[in-house]
Design a protein around this ligand. Structure first.
Ligand SMILES: [Zn+2]
Length: 259
């Protein structure tokens, strides 16, 4: 049977070797969280040699969990992702929700001209709708996490065009130029699919109904490639020293629905 008397009102904690002191009320703030469950009286809590309640978890960011439980204080912006993982572990959904917004914002802020690109998409979609009064307008959009990929080229590769310049050139007639907007490149965990979802969500926030017609990663890429010669020192005897640099820019189609 639950015995709430089992815990004192002031709780000494040991989180992976870091000591904290808080109240039982703070730990129980969000009743669905793991911390509330741990101090509900339904489970037996582990204590260390000093009698502090022990949580076997790296404790570096725990102070931010505690600050949120105490007064809804959010951690510094630049450690949002780290604290998000802790919030996930402790099951504190309101904190996850707020930090999720930060992480999304951090991701989008490293996409060059994100907001301008959205505006360009809207402008194109509106123009097309006005000229035809159609239910839909289609907006071609270039999205790429990495602009280029380097792959090993086989000597007999039928794709290898001997007339192609041996030099890697960034400027070229790219599919990107057919797009109304161009998103990328970026680093980190988020995928092209994540960016597509962000675009659709942000357009929805502005009141536009929009879908993407391709699976993430499924839109056609630019076909352009260059053959490059690897320096002698990197070549191993058995493999070709030639490698191929492929343009990875994909052209997606977004479809706006007007009525
Ligand atoms: Zn290209």
């Amino acid at each position: 049977m639950a015995d709430e008397e089992e815990f004192p009102q002031v709780i000494p904690l040991n989180v992976g070797g870091h000591a904290f002191t808080t109240t039982l009320m703070t730990l129980r703030r969000h009743e669905d969280s793991m911390l509330a469950a741990m101090f509900s009286g339904r489970h037996r809590a582990t204590q260390d040699a000093e009698g502090r309640y022990f949580i076997d978890r790296e404790g570096t960011y725990f102070i931010h969990i505690l600050n949120f439980l105490r007064s809804e204080t959010l951690p510094p912006y630049d450690i949002s992702a780290q604290v998000y993982r802790e919030a996930l572990f402790y099951g504190i959904l309101p904190l996850m929700e707020q930090l999720g917004e930060h992480i999304r914002h951090q991701f989008l802020s490293q996409i060059p001209s994100y907001t301008e690109n959205l505006e360009r998409m809207i402008e194109h979609a509106r123009k097309e709708a006005m000229s035809a009064y159609g239910r839909y307008s289609k907006v071609p959009v270039c999205i790429f996490k990495n602009a280029f990929e380097q792959v090993k080229a086989r000597q007999e590769d039928p794709d290898l065009d001997p007339t192609i310049a041996e030099e890697y050139v960034e400027e070229h007639e790219c599919k990107e130029q057919e797009g109304i907007a161009s998103f990328g490149p970026w680093v980190g965990i988020p995928t092209e699919g994540d960016l597509i979802e962000c675009i659709i969500l942000d357009l929805a926030d502005k009141g536009y109904k929009c879908i993407n017609e391709y699976e993430a990663g499924g839109a056609p890429t630019c076909k352009k490639f260059w053959v490059v010669e690897k320096p002698e020192s990197f070549a191993d005897a058995s493999a070709s020293r030639k490698s191929k640099i492929v343009c990875k820019k994909r052209l997606y189609h977004f479809r706006f629905k007007w009525w």
